[in-house]
Design a protein. Structure first.
Length: 221
């Protein structure tokens, strides 16, 4: 189990958020089902505990004028866990008290298909004013979360930097969509070169992630 902390920066390279993850390295003999069950249960609980401890130990210094968000990533299946949802709510209240906000980043894995309990979990987060991010959103083809995005269940959407001109055209089209113009915040991931950074319309992009952007200005927690 490894803990990672990555910056999300603005157009000037200044950190505006931190993304936190627990990375599980499977040992020999651990099958995918065991790994999935661990990741959607104990991993989320441990990650929330890590973030809570960091927030408490920081004595409010965890946030500043520009840096107000902590992204915590989990799978959609964790939205069925009432205990996990309550933990998320408690952490959100704590971070809000310290001057920041929690963002629950949901991965693009969808083992639950259209399970109504997942939808109930999404609505629980919205009803308690907890910010939600659609991670690894597929803007190239139809993403299964498209209807959820159009229902304004998400506050952020994370898109991967294009590799081709056609993909760039699709990214630009998405960034200029009505959803983004009405407040959906776009974060572009895997920005690796200055050429890629210059090719983006910075006015409509909230934040960036990638090796290129780990500058001296970016401060991770």
């Amino acid at each position: 189990m490894k803990f990672s902390s990555d910056s999300i920066v603005n157009r000037n390279g200044v950190a505006i958020a931190t993304e936190m993850n627990l990375i599980l390295t499977p040992e020999q003999g651990v099958n995918q089902q065991q790994l999935h069950e661990f990741n959607t249960g104990r991993t989320l609980n441990q990650l929330l505990d890590v973030v809570k401890k960091l927030a408490i130990d920081s004595d409010r210094s965890i946030f500043n004028e520009k840096h107000t968000l902590i992204f915590v990533n989990t799978e959609r299946a964790s939205l069925c866990d009432v205990h996990g949802l309550n933990q998320i709510r408690e952490l959100s209240i704590l971070l809000h008290h310290l001057g920041g906000n929690l963002v629950v980043g949901l991965t693009n894995a969808n083992p639950c298909n259209r399970c109504p309990r997942v939808q109930q979990g999404l609505l629980f987060l919205k009803e308690h004013d907890i910010l939600i991010s659609a991670n690894n959103f597929n803007y190239r083809d139809q993403d299964f979360r498209d209807s959820e995005l159009k229902s304004h269940l998400y506050d952020f959407v994370k898109l991967t930097m294009p590799n081709t001109d056609d993909e760039m055209d699709m990214l630009v089209e998405f960034i200029h969509s009505e959803l983004v113009l009405n407040g959906l915040k776009v974060i572009v991931e895997a920005v690796e070169t200055k050429t890629q950074l210059k090719s983006l319309n910075k006015a409509l992009i909230y934040g960036y992630q990638g090796r290129l952007l780990k500058s001296k200005k970016a401060k991770t927690i």
